[in-house]
Design a protein around this ligand. Structure first.
Ligand code: TRP
Length: 331
């Protein structure tokens, strides 16, 4: 066994992975691979908590796996797999459900948000979503979970439940820590720069999808909301400009100060096109590579089979311990 710390992360295959997901998460995933023992999961079961078109879900799942690979995740270094291929996730979730309180789940911000967005489908899975996420993390004795601000509450719950199980039975789970990478910038909507860039945004001008073509990206940048005045600086009263500067700075690996300096005296229009250019420069090669990878289904299936096997080995070990501790008879 390696003595590297274990790191787990998952993304839902719901399509439209955005530039925000890329900068906030995906972009950093490959850089973790040497330092940590990484597990990257496509959390398809989580996606079912909102209505999905089955054919589309299948397609999105392959797309996300191909995107992982195109962003530099290496199956020789990291474990890449699909959540539903390792049934231990759902099994552990059942056990953990029995030590999770309804009150805890009904208080979750994301549950409240999603319930108000999907009022016609407030299903049990939506409420139980965090317990499945807790299971994803605890099954692998994860030490680190890279997360953005919106998942902080779910990680708190993970720590609470791990601790609760460990004290009710005996030490079983590693209690994970949130891992907030240095370069983990939060990218906001282009249309409404006070809210997060989201793939479920109804205004498609708000987000850049990693599948957007060059023209679409330029068009979206052109219509991006800027602020009054004409100074290109990062400031609390300039959400739009600050967001575009953040995108520019992170994708160029420079500081915000350096980015501001690059745009002294530049017009908003030219600034926006410079941001569009660096986005295109970053995204276009990933898009092409992803399409190449996607064309080789045989290879993708092999990656998935290997990944699931490796994941299952680790997951089974934890689940057996749990089953034993709660009093189930070993089969
Ligand atoms: N809830 C996470 C999100 O929407 C996705 C997720 C599911 C996840 N399981 C996880 C993230 C485990 C980290 C670890 O972003």
């Amino acid at each position: 066994m390696s003595d590297k710390k274990r790191l787990f992360s998952g993304i839902q295959p719901t399509g439209n992975i955005t530039l925000g997901n890329y900068i906030g998460a995906l972009r950093n995933f490959s850089t973790f691979q040497d330092e940590f023992d990484c597990i990257y999961c496509v959390v398809d079961l989580h996606s079912l908590t909102v209505r999905q078109n089955p054919a589309q879900l299948r397609k999105n799942t392959y797309e996300l796996l191909a995107l992982y690979l195109a962003c530099g995740l290496d199956p020789a270094k990291s474990t890449l797999f699909i959540q539903s291929h390792v049934s231990e996730h759902a099994e552990l979730a059942w056990i953990l459900n029995t030590i999770t309180y309804v009150g805890e789940l009904s208080r979750m911000t994301q549950f409240k948000d999603k319930s108000s967005k999907h009022q016609d489908n407030i299903n049990m899975g939506l409420m139980d979503y965090p317990v499945l996420m807790v299971s994803d993390i605890l099954l692998y004795q994860t030490a680190l979970v890279p997360i953005g601000a919106d998942q902080k509450q779910h990680l708190e719950l993970t720590r609470d439940i791990a601790h609760r199980f460990n004290t009710s039975y005996s030490d079983t789970f590693v209690v994970p820590e949130p891992f907030i990478p240095k370069a983990g910038a939060r990218i906001m909507s282009l249309a409404e720069p006070t809210s997060k860039m989201s793939k479920s945004d109804e205004n498609i001008k708000g987000f850049i999808s990693l599948t957007d073509d060059d023209e679409t990206i330029r068009r979206k940048l052109k219509s991006a909301v800027t602020d009054s005045g004409n100074e290109i600086v990062a400031r609390d009263d300039k959400h739009g400009v600050t967001n575009l500067l953040t995108i520019y700075a992170t994708l160029n690996n420079i500081t915000m100060q350096e980015a501001e300096k690059a745009f002294v005296g530049v017009s908003y229009a030219d600034f926006k096109m410079a941001v569009a250019d660096i986005i295109i420069e970053t995204i276009a090669p990933i898009r092409e590579l992803k399409n190449e990878i996607l064309a080789d289904k045989g290879n993708l299936d092999k990656v998935l089979t290997d990944g699931a096997e490796r994941a299952r080995f680790m997951a089974r070990k934890t689940l057996s311990k749990v089953y034993k501790k709660v009093g189930l008879i070993q089969r």
